[in-house]
Design a protein around this ligand. Structure first.
Ligand SMILES: Nc1nc2c(ncn2[C@@H]2O[C@H](COP(=O)(O)OP(=O)(O)OP(=O)(O)O)[C@@H](O)[C@H]2O)c(=O)[nH]1
Ligand SMILES: [Mg+2]
Ligand SMILES: [Zn+2]
Length: 292
């Protein structure tokens, strides 16, 4: 039986790319439960006539991301925007932690630079992420600025676009590959927020090689499933602080904490550390709920 790649899955159906074309498949009984077959899965298909098929088996996943739900991607391009919507750094850090925990390489893409004006100031928060080691691209899906650089990051890899609704994920995908014709939508003028235009995760084959997943944006992401002792390791900028007095330091109120010292000394941005503490409470609460 041939193998294929699930490019889209919802409502009990999935669409499987088998190298030649795309086949609409139903799911074998035990795979019908929600989340058993998701976009990015490698699956074994029993072929039926008329471009139909049945997914019989899911291959083990190399990586898995739960928000958005996608398997086997190599990297995440986290899209934020300079304006409309304004950058939400707490959400950005949540998304980065979530993607780091899944073992993905992360790239940040700050879009809508055309709304910033001709002086294009490099906002200081962007430098924080550059210093942390994240490749950070400045783009405009409208003018095409920076799109060539983004395209270069995508070539030959499997990438998921993620970030808040309205930041321009679908617009960027359209700019990277004209002809995709993904639906995009104006942000709400009153709320300055996106309207959740993209409804399903969909993997798109790139002409330059590789796959790109457009996904629905979101504004809330609760962190769970991360061990408290692993959280700091998901902040790459914390790695350079040196070692704390206690090996099991959670960098909260323990004496001799190198990370807190680095925050005071200016080596770690205060807002990143504040987010760390907030996320720490969240993962601890999650752990305690799970172990009850
Ligand atoms: N000025 C400007 N507007 C942009 C840019 N990129 C996207 N937009 C606009 O922003 C709005 C939202 O863009 P989308 O591409 O639909 O955003 P999205 O991230 O896919 O949103 P969801 O699918 O809801 O998650 C649309 O009106 C786009 O035309 C840009 O670089 N500059
Ligand atoms: Mg979209
Ligand atoms: Zn510490």
């Amino acid at each position: 039986m041939p193998e294929g790649l699930v490019v889209k899955a919802h409502g009990g159906y999935c669409f499987v790319h088998d190298g030649a074309g795309i086949r609409q498949c139903t799911l074998r009984g035990k795979l019908k439960a929600r989340g058993r077959v998701i976009a990015g899965d490698r699956v074994v298909v029993r072929i039926l006539s008329g471009n139909r098929g049945v997914v019989e088996e899911v291959r083990p996943r190399r990586t898995v991301l739960s928000r958005p739900s996608i398997a086997n991607v190599d990297q995440a391009v986290v899209v934020a925007s300079f304006r409309e919507p304004a950058p939400a750094l707490n959400l950005l850090d949540r998304i980065l932690v979530h993607c780091e925990a899944a073992g993905l390489d992360c790239v940040i893409c700050v879009n809508k630079v055309d709304l910033v004006g001709p002086e294009q100031p490099e906002e200081t928060w962007i430098q924080v992420y550059r210093d942390a080691g994240y490749p950070t691209l400045i783009t405009s899906a409208l003018t095409g600025a920076g799109v060539e650089g983004l395209r270069a990051f995508l070539a030959g890899r499997i990438t998921v676009l993620t970030g808040p609704s309205g930041a321009g994920k679908s617009s960027l995908a359209n700019a990277v590959q004209p002809g995709l014709n993904l639906r995009t939508g104006a942000i709400s003028p009153k709320l300055k927020r996106g309207r959740h235009v993209t409804r399903h995760v969909e993997l798109l084959s790139l002409d330059g090689g590789g796959w790109l997943a457009d996904t629905p944006g979101f504004s809330v992401l609760h962190l769970g499933g991360i061990a408290r002792g692993e959280l700091a390791g998901l902040f790459p900028d914390f790695g350079w602080a040196g070692s704390c007095r206690f090996t099991d330091c959670l960098h909260d109120r323990e004496p001799g904490c190198a990370i807190r010292a680095a925050v005071t000394g200016g080596g770690i941005a205060g807002f990143r550390y504040a987010h760390y503490l907030e996320f720490l409470r969240e993962v601890v609460a999650w752990e305690e709920r799970e172990n009850r």
